[in-house]
Design a protein around this ligand. Structure first.
Ligand SMILES: NC(=O)c1ccc[n+]([C@@H]2O[C@H](COP(=O)([O-])OP(=O)(O)OC[C@H]3O[C@@H](n4cnc5c(N)ncnc54)[C@H](OP(=O)(O)O)[C@@H]3O)[C@@H](O)[C@H]2O)c1
Length: 189
């Protein structure tokens, strides 16, 4: 199993959301995210799951972390509830860690078995929408990335978003997964 974290953060302050929303709309970033995650298993926090249109993402299995025992998903065939992050230690398939901030931080700070093997780091360098709500940032994850990971690609730019791949220092990384990701981020999406 390879664990891949995928995020798009605002350059400088590392904001990924304001309230429930992502405060920018970059079509090629959505398309890149769809290409990376289509057909795959995703893990998200309950707030991110609730922010998806109709609480779903087509053609993906979604694993939702929540501490609410009564939480109900929108698609019982493809969406699954977890209340303990440790359940992902023995996950057999590739796992795409897709936010939000709480979930990225949990995976990046809960020990080697949960840390992503690969990070798809997208940096948005434009203006952020002025929205009401709490600003949510992933600065501790970026600090952990810069300390524990090695950048293995150039920055690929599209629509003011700069995307690069990082892999965990000292670990073997599944080459097929790396190739798939490079193929997606290195072309215009
Ligand atoms: N730009 C990007 O790439 C990107 C990607 C994804 C999300 N986002 C943004 O990120 C923001 C949401 O981030 P967030 O940090 O507020 O929320 P989140 O990570 O999506 O979800 C947090 C929820 O996860 C559950 N949780 C937390 N710790 C847990 C644990 N140890 N075990 C089980 N469940 C646990 C809790 O659900 P319960 O309260 O139900 O217990 C908690 O409320 C939104 O603005 C969203 O749009 C941005």
């Amino acid at each position: 199993m390879t664990k891949i974290a995928v995020w798009c953060r605002h350059d400088g302050d590392n904001i990924i959301g304001i309230g429930p929303q992502i405060p920018w709309h970059i079509p090629s970033d959505f398309r890149r995210f769809r290409k990376i995650t289509e057909g795959e298993n995703l893990v998200v926090g309950e707030k991110t799951y609730d922010s998806f249109p109709n609480r779903t993402l087509p053609n993906r299995n979604i694993h939702i972390l929540t501490l609410n025992p009564d939480y109900e998903v929108s698609d019982k065939d493809r969406h699954f509830i977890y209340n303990n992050i440790d359940d992902f230690k023995e996950f057999e398939q590739d796992l795409y860690i897709c936010g939000g901030a709480t979930i990225y931080k949990l995976f990046m700070t809960s020990g080697n078995k949960l840390m992503p093997d690969i990070i798809v780091d997208s940096k948005y360098c434009g203006e952020v929408d002025k929205l009401e709500g709490q600003k949510i940032d992933i600065t501790p994850c970026i600090e952990a990335m810069e300390k524990n990971y090695r950048k293995v690609s150039p920055d690929y730019e599209q629509e003011n978003v700069f995307t690069s791949l990082w892999i965990k220092k000292g670990d073997f990384v599944e080459q097929n997964v790396l190739k798939k990701l490079i193929n997606i981020i290195s072309i215009n999406n």
